[in-house]
Design a protein around this ligand. Structure first.
Ligand code: HEM
Length: 428
């Protein structure tokens, strides 16, 4: 069987911000399946961009794949949590954690999501009164970090802050480099998590948060709890996975809304119609326009813009042979702009996610949370907190960009605007 075509000059996919431009170029020249020589590893990497092949790798033939290139680096940060682990161990951990992400559980985070948003709304109102722009990138990063930390540690977060005089986890939002130095600082937080676990054992009290659920969960077969080391890796995984992606998605959402005043007005009308004091999960999901806006933002700028998998045995993708132990790259960014599956692919049109259009789409042409057994465990929580945030803020504010400098993409682990996004906030 033939090998896929590809450029003569190699490059390391995902190795630099140029990757996206190079991938666009390769897609234009070679189509849905191509291979690129990776100079750093001296091997060929494979890129696929057809929804049928993506379905095969992530779902129908997923047993033939492990996570791929880049995971060693992520492991230094996250240890052996469910983002990076494999095989039976991953299956066991995922099974033990899944109930914590059930709708009934997520619904109970409504109160804390509201409180955090209220705090930021007050802050934005003060900036509006002073006519000072806000640093949206920093604000949504703090907001999503606080939501994920409070959903993990509950009331212990305030206790940790009090004890340490500051929130020690803030380094996650303040330091955006994801290099070895950061990994070292971040891993040192493991000790704090261990202390919280030990204190909870010494002073049993009712808690409702992810940590309590991790401590209570039992292996279905052996009846054993999670070891402390495993729990710590899962907690650190949830902090990073739950914070950065959601922050990036909200940054992109506000950026796009600020560029489309008609969309901002429609969001505001919806937010004026739905005036419930507290939005539960069902109510949040019924905000159909806000939902479409967020889905469309995740289409154009999926934070998880590059997924990697590695074949175990050889496979066939797009009619080409892919050898064993080969890295296969899937870019939701490229897929979500595929001209054969999306009309006006480069345009921001939230209505495309309404009704008929959505039903006609290829199911595997839209994967901001991935698909298959390793899809995002936090999807429900992420959508919930984003809906509440966009809704609440639209009720009170209109955001306008404070400068018209073009936005540059930073395509590292997550896809973000390279510079902080400054916004002017006006009270409505
Ligand atoms: C807009 C927000 C989010 C986006 C776009 C997103 C996207 C993704 C994607 C694409 C994956 C698959 C990665 C891969 O296959 O290589 C993933 C996995 C994961 N996500 Fe999310 N995520 C978001 C929010 C969250 C939240 C809020 C949490 C938890 C609180 C979370 C926890 C995880 C975990 C633990 C995994 C690994 C699952 C596994 O392999 O079993 N994510 N996410």
């Amino acid at each position: 069987m033939a090998l896929p075509p590809g450029p003569t000059d190699g490059f390391d996919l995902g190795g630099s911000d140029e990757s996206l431009a190079l991938m666009r170029d390769c897609f234009g020249r070679f189509g849905d399946t191509y291979r690129v020589f990776a100079p750093s590893r001296g091997v060929y990497n494979y890129v696929i961009n057809h929804p049928d092949d993506i379905k095969r790798v992530l779902l129908s033939n997923h047993r033939n794949y492990t996570k791929g290139e880049g995971m060693d680096r992520v492991k230094i940060l996250l240890g052996n949590g469910i983002m990076t682990s494999e095989g039976d161990f991953w299956r066991r951990q995922r099974r033990m954690m899944q109930p914590a992400f059930h709708r009934r559980v997520i619904d109970q985070f409504a109160g804390l999501i509201d409180e955090v948003n209220e705090k930021f709304a007050e802050r934005w109102a003060a900036s509006a009164a002073r006519r000072e722009p806000i640093n949206l990138t920093d604000d949504v990063s703090e907001l999503t970090l606080e939501i994920v930390l409070r959903s993990i540690f509950g009331s212990d977060l305030a206790r940790i802050e009090q004890q340490m005089g500051a929130n020690p986890f803030e380094v996650v939002a303040k330091e955006t480099n994801r290099d070895l130095k950061f990994a070292f600082r971040f891993r040192s937080l493991a000790k704090l998590v261990a202390e919280v676990i030990q204190r909870r054992r010494r002073e049993p009290e009712a808690h409702f948060d992810f940590l309590a659920m991790l401590m209570a969960t039992r292996d279905r077969d052996s009846g054993e709890p999670m070891a402390d080391k495993e729990m710590i890796d899962e907690v650190l995984t949830l902090i990073v996975a739950g914070h950065e992606t959601t922050a990036a998605a909200l940054t992109w959402t506000w950026y796009l809304v600020s560029q489309h005043p008609g969309v901002a007005s429609a969001l505001e009308s919806e937010s004026d119609r739905v005036t419930a004091e507290r939005l539960g999960l069902d109510a949040a999901e019924s905000l159909s326009y806000a939902h479409q806006v967020i889905q469309e933002a995740l289409r154009l700028y999926p934070p998880g813009w590059l997924l990697t998998r590695r074949t175990i045995e050889a496979d066939e993708l797009g009619g080409y042979a892919i050898g064993p132990r080969s890295d296969v790259f899937i870019s939701p960014y490229m897929l979500h702009r595929h001209p054969a599956f999306w009309s006006d692919a480069e345009e921001f049109k939230p209505e495309r996610f309404a009704g008929v259009d959505a039903a006609e789409r290829h199911r595997f042409s839209y994967i901001p949370f991935a698909v298959g057994p390793r899809h995002c465990i936090g999807e429900g929580l992420a959508m919930f907190e984003m809906l509440v945030h966009v809704h609440r803020m639209s009720q009170r504010f209109r955001l306008t960009r404070a400068s018209d400098e073009p936005i540059e993409l930073e395509a590292q682990i997550n896809l973000r605007p390279r510079s902080n996004l400054m916004m002017t906030v006006a009270l409505r």
